[in-house]
Design a protein around this ligand. Structure first.
Ligand code: HEC
Length: 208
């Protein structure tokens, strides 16, 4: 479109706003960083995934992934996620005694890290969502990730994903949202941490 349909006063307002940006480095409601050129990848090409990654970060930070997939530690103000282990799942080196025997109506117990859970399904341990190729999502494709959420099965074809992973909630994401989440997870620093396999129900409680 080459034809400018804007009225003269609107053109003048736009020119004034542009002058403000030039003089003071800001525009109303838009931080100056928004005007900066897109960062370049190592090969010098513009990172076209940037918006996707930023959206994924936003979705991950508003969808509680950190609550369960980052181990919690005791901080000065109480339990807080250990950011040096961001999204790396249940720590492999943590020794877990048998899950406590619960009295109805208590049916579920969680470790202080918020990464190990005992319930009627057995004991589940939150997965490593960093892109480590051996212990995380490094070898997963976006398709594997979307299929996991859509079907509630590992990579869309393996075993069922256990509670408390809120699969049914995340099935409300669009494929585009899930793609953005996956792009963000792939952008994280990889952390090597082999999360244990889940335990079947009969192994969850100590023998009386
Ligand atoms: C309430 C706790 C909880 C929350 C919140 C949560 N997860 Fe999980 N997640 C789990 C648990 C527990 C497992 C391991 C389940 C199992 O072993 O079957 C898991 C497993 C996974 C897996 C691995 C599935 C597989 O087949 O290997 C992926 C991927 C995943 N979560 C992604 C996410 C993402 C992305 C978010 C945020 C949008 C999220 N999770 C939020 C608890 C949670």
């Amino acid at each position: 479109m080459t034809h400018d349909t804007r009225s003269a006063p609107r053109r003048a307002a736009a020119a004034a706003a542009a002058a403000a940006v030039a003089a003071f480095g800001f525009a109303l409601g838009a931080p100056v960083a928004a005007q900066a050129p897109a960062p370049k990848a190592k090969d010098g090409k513009a990172n076209l995934n940037l918006d996707k990654v930023a959206r994924g970060k936003y979705l991950v930070s508003t969808s509680a992934c950190m609550d369960c997939h980052t181990p919690w530690k005791m901080g000065p103000k109480g339990p807080e996620p250990d950011l040096s282990l961001t999204l790396s799942g249940h720590p492999e080196k943590m020794t877990m005694p048998p899950a406590p025997k619960l009295q109805e109506p208590w049916v579920m117990a969680a470790a202080g890290t918020n990464t190990a859970w005992a319930g009627p399904w057995g004991v589940s341990f939150t997965a490593n969502l960093t892109p480590d190729p051996d212990t995380g999502l490094g070898l997963w494709t976006e398709r594997d990730f979307v299929a996991t959420i859509r079907t509630g099965r590992h990579m869309g074809r393996g075993r069922e994903v256990l509670p408390p992973m809120p699969i049914a909630v995340y099935q409300n994401f669009t494929d585009e949202d899930l793609g953005a989440i996956f792009a963000y997870l792939k952008s994280l620093p990889p952390i090597r941490n082999r999360v244990p396999e889940p335990l079947p129900p009969q192994l969850t409680s100590a023998k009386p």
